[in-house]
Structure formats: C-alpha cells, structure tokens
Write a protein of this length. Structure first.
Ligand SMILES: O=P(O)(O)OC[C@H]1O[C@H](OP(=O)(O)OP(=O)(O)O)[C@H](O)[C@@H]1O
Ligand SMILES: Nc1ncnc2[nH]cnc12
Length: 175
C-alpha cells in the first residue's frame, strides 16, 4: 500500500523549462483535479499544526490560497491572505523578495492578525525560500506567534528552509 504522501508525490508533474529555461516546474494540477489527492493534501497540511490552537492560517497568493483556506476551516481558524503587490485594498505592510524564477513584492493587511495570535503559514511549495521568508517577515511585523510554515512540496536541493531562521518547517513531500 502506498502512503498518502507517496500518492501525492506521484500526482506532481514535472514541467521542464517553465516558466524559464532551466527551471523544472512542479505542477500540482493533477493533485487539484483528483478529489482524493486534494483531500489527502489538505489533511496532511492540517496535521502539521499538531495540538496547537491556531488562530489564523496565512496563505500566499495564489497557489497557497488553494490549500490555506481549507486548512483554516479544518482548524477552525481564520484565513489571512498575503497577496502580490497592489491587490489588497486596506492599509498594508510590504516586503520585496526573490524567488526561484524572479522577484516580486508581497503585502499583508496591517489589521489581519492581532499581536500574539497563533499563526500557521501555508503555501504549496518551498523552493529558494524567498517567498516564505518575506511572508514570515510580514507575520513578524504584526507581532504574531508563528507556529510553523507548512508546504505541500519542498525542493530540498534549493535549501529554502535555511532562509527561514528558527521557524518550524513542515513539508508533505520533498524532492
Ligand atoms: O521558495 P521560492 O523560490 O520563493 O518559491 C516558492 C513560491 O513560488 C511559487 O509562487 P509564484 O510566485 O510562482 O506564484 P503563484 O502561486 O501565483 O503561481 C510558489 O507558490 C511559492 O509561493
Ligand atoms: N520549481 C518550481 N515549481 C513550482 N513552483 C515553484 N515556485 C518556485 N519554484 C517552483
């Protein structure tokens, strides 16, 4: 019997040279289109919270939202979006960063998380760690208590977790 994480691993499709030459893109579309794999992904990400009561699940625009919102519901927590620059209507904190195939700016609403609230950060994939590191800086600016950063996929060879300081990092599958 294959384990749920092995089934998820088998559902990830490699697309060479996307979005740039030399990048092997991990395509999660086959997981999203399979209700069993999608449920298993949500369940395993939810389990990374452990026994800690989570107040807010923070998801990163855009693929992170797919997983973070259902995880928030499963944990009876609120959902907070970190969005790419220019999309959030209220007052924001901003952070510039580099990722495996470019650079960008992410933002969070200043009132999205109360000081001391327990936060779980959820994204689909940890590559160089640039995106997650920027998200963690935004969460820190709100004086939240980051319990863990949880990813469906981690690309070990890019050492992204080295950028995330002493944050507990969890990944459902790694390559
Ligand atoms: O560890 P890093 O090197 O920073 O890369 C990881 C990030 O890259 C992807 O986001 P992308 O910016 O492509 O956005 P998308 O979710 O809108 O596709 C992915 O969803 C992560 O957020
Ligand atoms: N190789 C990759 N595949 C999918 N998403 C990514 N985000 C950053 N690197 C990625």
């Amino acid at each position: 019997m294959t384990s749920p994480s092995d089934q998820i691993r088998a559902g990830i499709r490699d697309v060479p040279d996307f979005p740039k030459p030399g990048i092997v893109f991990k395509d999660i579309a086959p997981i999203l289109s399979d209700p069993e794999l999608l449920k298993k992904s949500i369940n395993l990400l939810t389990a990374t919270a452990g026994d800690v009561n989570i107040d807010k699940v923070v998801g990163i625009d855009a693929r992170g939202f797919i997983f973070a919102a259902p995880v928030a519901l499963a944990l009876n927590a609120g959902f907070v979006p970190i969005r790419k620059q220019g999309k959030l209507p209220w007052q924001t904190h901003s952070m510039a960063y580099s990722l495996e195939y470019g650079e960008n700016v992410v933002e969070i609403h200043k009132d999205a998380i109360l000081p001391g609230e327990n936060v779980l950060l959820v994204d689909d994939l940890l590559a160089t760690g640039g995106t997650a590191a920027a998200a963690i800086k935004l969460i820190d600016q709100l004086e939240a208590n980051l319990i863990a950063a949880s990813f469906l996929i981690e690309l070990n060879f890019l050492n992204g977790r080295d950028l995330l300081g002493d944050t507990r990092v969890e990944a459902v599958v790694d390559f």
